[in-house]
Design a protein around this ligand. Structure first.
Ligand code: CA
Length: 223
């Protein structure tokens, strides 16, 4: 993935460029807000909140005006970053320094996955997705089975849409939590099981969502 790293601290930037490159990303590094606004052609932004020339919040707002490219804010613990404000500015997520490379890579993956899910064109433009007798419409967030509409809660729909991204593939509880729930949510994976149970009940046939013992769940039309 092509990343734009906006970070004025040279040692943090060097470490991130090295680590993210090793993780398979292509990283363009700039040290100022003005530098960030001059860049093009990246797929995700890692944006330091405290920059020498501009407030990271203003940079975030400006970037968001231009495109829907995902933004992850990098904040120092002392900066008391307001998560709600950050999200209002259009940031998709944030990590607090010091963070591990592993944590950042996981956030990048979760945020980019959510961005793809929400993008027009990932199945939306081409209309509803058909899975056996099920019709799943991401644009209208409607699900029909054999023509009958199934009333789902927002989370049940998100869970179903996530599983439907790769029909037949097994998704682990952790993957499901990361994608369907907030990236900061580290609660018990029982939540996933509870939502799978209610979703199965509404779909009318438990066979729609198969439990793969010790691994996770997969979506498949009942045979
Ligand atoms: Ca800084």
């Amino acid at each position: 993935m092509k990343l734009l790293l906006v970070e004025d601290d040279r040692s943090i930037a060097d470490t991130l460029v090295e680590g993210l490159t090793a993780a398979g990303h292509t990283v363009t590094h700039v040290a100022t807000g003005a530098g960030a606004l001059a860049e093009h052609g990246y797929e995700l932004v890692l944006l330091d909140l405290g920059l020498p020339d501009m407030d990271g919040r203003d940079v975030c707002r400006e970037l968001r005006k231009r495109s829907a490219t995902p933004i992850i804010m990098l904040t120092a613990r002392s900066e008391e970053f307001d998560r709600v404000l950050g999200l209002e500015l259009g940031a998709d997520d944030y990590v607090t320094k010091p963070f591990s490379l592993r944590e950042l890579v996981a956030r990048i993956r979760a945020v980019s996955r959510r961005a793809v899910d929400g993008q027009p064109g990932s199945g939306d433009a081409s209309g509803p997705q058909s899975i056996g007798p099920m019709e799943l419409d991401r644009r209208t967030r409607r699900v029909r089975i054999g023509g009958d509409e199934i009333a789902l809660t927002a989370k049940e729909f998100d869970l179903l849409a996530f599983l439907a991204n790769d029909v037949g593939a097994v998704h682990t509880r952790t993957e499901i939590l990361e994608s369907v729930w907030d990236a900061h949510w580290y609660g018990p994976t029982k939540t996933v099981d509870a939502h799978v149970a209610s979703l199965r009940k509404k779909l009318g046939d438990h066979a729609w969502i198969e439990s793969v013992r010790g691994v996770g769940f997969r979506l498949e039309p009942p045979s």
